[in-house]
Design a protein around this ligand. Structure first.
Ligand SMILES: *Cc1c(COP(=O)(O)O)cnc(C)c1O
Length: 380
């Protein structure tokens, strides 16, 4: 089964086991790591942290960037700084990596799940707006869930596998209902909607630089925002909220040690230099996959008109759950690493769909989506 597909995937990679997504170090990684070690500034401050924040401003166009130790911490602090807490609810999508929901839960808030769109695999503006119309009311400028009596304070859409979701429509709906948008752009560095980078549409956006992402810090993340004052607050809160002073240690509010160490920043600075080249190579691979899967009459996911995907993880939509299992078995048995999309968040013990919002598209995709090898192959 799927012999042609396995052979085609193998044709793009060096011989041997083919991972789903492996990091590639062909730039200044070792040089910057050595510089970092020689400087002795390997920990919570250093020039690479500052440089990383400047580089990310240039890449995304965001006015303020704050480095964090990972993407999950970035999500948590983004929700925290917007005042999300135990009394609140946060809307998100059931088809996402668990970190999205976990970060909501860390604040004490309750996640609410609305459906995704079949094309983008991200939050559906239609489902979001239907949920709000049917269940919520605006009182004193705040969005109340009439069933639970709680305030819906934030909405966290996610750009699945680097394919931009309908973020402009989502932001427009949330503006009407006075809901803050925290954009989970963990997977979408290098993905654009028109001429605006993903992660910069909401009040706050976050990125991840985990080992499996398009570029890596080993572990790392960041928060981005155009609100410079909020950016300063985020920097303060993520760096233990120490009051500025020449030598004294004093803290007026609850702070977090969510800092990205300088040694990780050294790695990501070198990786960011390679991003344009990685994006180009990933697009070449995705284009070749697209042409091949057309000949196989298989459904290969592509970017929506007016958007640019980073093609972080290439994605196939199979016919049904049975074909998905057959595909995963055949490929993994033959040294081609493939993975199914995540189980629905609503199927996890921690996250039940308590409000019974109908999520047929998310269920459809969860049964059928797989990712195929997507690493950048270094040009030698
Ligand atoms: C990777 C990822 C995160 C979390 O990032 P970490 O750096 O691993 O903590 C959050 N959301 C999504 C959608 C992700 O893919």
């Amino acid at each position: 089964m799927f012999k042609n597909v396995i052979e085609h995937i193998k044709s793009h990679f060096p011989k041997g086991f083919i991972p789903l997504h492996a990091p590639v170090f062909v730039g200044n990684e070792k040089k910057y790591l050595n510089e970092c070690i020689d400087s002795t500034f390997v920990s919570s401050v250093g020039k690479f942290v500052d440089r990383f924040e400047v580089d990310m401003k240039a890449i995304t166009g965001a006015k303020s960037v704050v480095a964090t130790m990972n993407g999950t911490a970035a999500l948590h602090i983004a929700l925290h700084v917007l005042g999300v807490g135990v009394e609140d609810e946060v809307i998100t999508q059931p088809l996402t990596f668990v970190a999205t929901c976990n970060a909501i839960k860390y604040t004490g808030a309750t996640p609410i799940f609305v459906d995704v769109d079949l094309d983008t695999m991200g939050m559906s503006p239609k489902s979001l707006s239907a949920f709000l119309e049917q269940n919520c009311e605006l009182k004193k400028g705040q969005c109340f869930n009439k069933t639970t009596g709680k305030i819906i304070k934030a909405c966290v859409p996610m750009h699945t596998f680097g394919f931009p979701c309908a973020i402009q429509e989502i932001v427009a709906i949330c503006n009407v209902w006075n809901i803050e948008v925290v954009e989970d752009a963990a997977e979408s560095l290098g993905s654009w909607v028109g001429n605006q980078h993903t992660g910069t549409f909401g009040k706050v956006g976050i990125f991840s630089f985990n080992g499996n992402k398009i570029v890596t810090a080993g572990g790392g993340g960041c928060v981005v925002t155009d609100d410079v004052e909020l950016g300063k607050k985020l920097k303060h809160l993520t760096t233990t909220a120490k009051e500025p002073h020449a030598w004294a240690y004093r803290h007026e509010v609850l702070g977090f040690n969510y800092r990205m160490p300088n040694i990780n920043a050294a790695l990501i600075c070198a990786q960011l230099e390679c991003l344009p080249q990685f994006l180009e190579q990933k697009r070449i691979l995705a284009t070749a996959y697209k042409a091949f899967f057309e000949t196989q009459e298989m459904s290969f996911k592509w970017e929506q008109e007016g958007t640019k995907a980073n093609f972080w993880l290439n994605t196939l939509l199979l016919k049904d759950a049975a074909e998905k299992t057959t595909f995963l078995e055949a490929t993994n048995k033959n040294g081609v690493m493939t993975r199914p999309i995540w189980d629905l968040m609503t199927s996890l013990p921690m996250y039940q769909n308590t409000l019974n919002v109908s999520i047929p598209n998310a269920a459809y995709l969860a049964d059928r989506i797989v990712n195929i090898p997507s690493s950048v192959v270094p040009i030698t």
